[in-house]
Design a protein around this ligand. Structure first.
Ligand SMILES: Cc1ncc(C[n+]2csc(CCOP(=O)(O)OP(=O)(O)O)c2C)c(N)n1
Ligand code: SF4
Ligand SMILES: [Mg+2]
Length: 351
């Protein structure tokens, strides 16, 4: 019953952020997901992150594919731009929108089926091109919407609700994102909002391809004993390498010196990612070392979470292509179509 609207009235004393919005202004319609679904907690974390970052809702575009996870953009940021694409096609639609209008923030929301099965080619190319976006996969190891078949991220040996073990090797989207050149890579757990909100804030302030894999249990089909995506399993095996604070650009100048055990990473927009190291040897700026550590620890059955990699000097697809600085809809006809003389000059340069 997604047509059910929430009451629009706000309590007058609700706290407002620097751009005058309450948290309620970042909400969407009433969720129709199963009670306890991890995806609803991720929606709540997105709402919190956007409110804390003082994002004007009309400055953000949310895009998704098909699945329970891809339905969630209906449940947050009701005043933002939105596009619910075909199954697995969110990355290419997001890439096109981003190329046409670079002035918006792009948030891609997808599922493990949507991104790791039908959409794997789309995922791969959007990441390797460095599209400026925050790309979140709500990873429950199953196709929740179509009644719980194993997805391509399901662990080998993980047992279905009917007691059948998965025999295939899993795709690890985090390792793939690292290998493909994503410049911000994190893993969170829907049951740990304290960790997830800053991970999302960091992704939204990052310039370049930011990817977050969020383990998000499906209470209907994958939350039983023997599943490696259940709340119990993830709580028992969750090993965070760091804790993140995001200090927005306007506050970064006043930020106090980092204490021992913390690492400050300044991003393009001047915002500071402050990492409280829980694993003293882990340096997320070193992509290769991060991949090694992840593989070793995942082989021990640990669910490694935190900000796993960041390249503070990252660039995005617009920088790679040398595109015009303004959104295309802000260009007048002479700049959009420079005429036959310009075309002849390009043709001549290619002869
Ligand atoms: C082209 C196409 N193929 C198959 C489907 C059926 N289908 C709908 S959602 C889905 C999988 C969703 O899984 P996931 O992305 O993991 O989302 P979840 O429901 O688990 O959040 C599938 C196979 C479809 N809608 N369109
Ligand atoms: S079927 Fe699973 S993924 Fe879909 S809403 Fe229910 S708990 Fe969430
Ligand atoms: Mg899924």
């Amino acid at each position: 019953m997604t047509y059910l609207a929430k009451p629009r009235l706000h309590h007058p004393t609700l706290q407002r952020n620097a751009v005058g919005f309450t948290r309620r202004d970042y909400e969407g319609k009433i969720s129709t997901l199963c009670a306890g679904c991890g995806h609803d907690s991720i929606s709540a974390a997105i709402i919190q992150a956007c409110w804390e970052l003082d994002i004007q809702p009309h400055r953000l575009a949310k895009l998704s594919g098909i699945g329970c996870s891809s339905k969630t953009p209906d449940y947050f940021l009701g005043q933002s731009h939105g596009f619910n694409t075909v199954h697995g096609r969110m990355p290419s639609v997001l890439t096109g929108a981003n190329l046409a209008n670079r002035s918006l923030l792009y948030l891609g929301v997808s599922g493990d089926g949507d991104s790791a099965s039908i959409g794997i080619g789309q995922f791969v190319h959007a990441i390797r091109r460095g599209v400026d976006m925050a790309y979140i996969v709500e990873n429950n190891g199953v196709y929740g919407l179509t009644k719980g078949q194993f997805s391509a991220t399901a662990d080998q040996g993980s047992v279905s609700r009917r007691g059948v073990a998965n025999t295939d090797s899993p795709l690890d989207l985090v390792m793939m994102a690292l290998q493909l050149g994503a410049t911000y890579v994190g893993r969170g757990f829907s049951g740990d909002k304290g960790q997830l909100v800053p991970l999302i804030k960091g992704a939204l302030t990052h310039r370049g391809a930011a990817f977050i894999d969020v383990i998000s249990p499906c209470v209907a089909f994958n939350n039983h004993a023997g599943s490696t995506r259940s709340y119990d399993h993830v709580r028992q095996h969750n090993e965070a390498v760091n804790r993140l604070d995001v200090i927005p650009a306007r506050k970064a100048i006043e930020v106090e010196q980092a204490a021992g055990g913390t690492l400050d990473v300044t991003q393009h927009d001047g915002s500071v990612l402050r990492l409280h190291r829980l694993d003293a040897g882990y340096d997320p700026r070193d992509r290769i070392a991060a991949m090694e550590v992840l593989q070793q620890r995942q082989a021990r059955g640990e669910v490694v979470t935190g900000l796993l990699h960041v390249d503070p000097a990252a660039d995005d697809l617009h920088a790679h292509l040398g595109t015009v600085g303004e959104p295309l809809n802000a260009l007048d006809a002479t700049r959009l179509c420079p005429g036959s003389g310009a075309l002849s000059a390009i043709n001549a340069s290619l002869r």
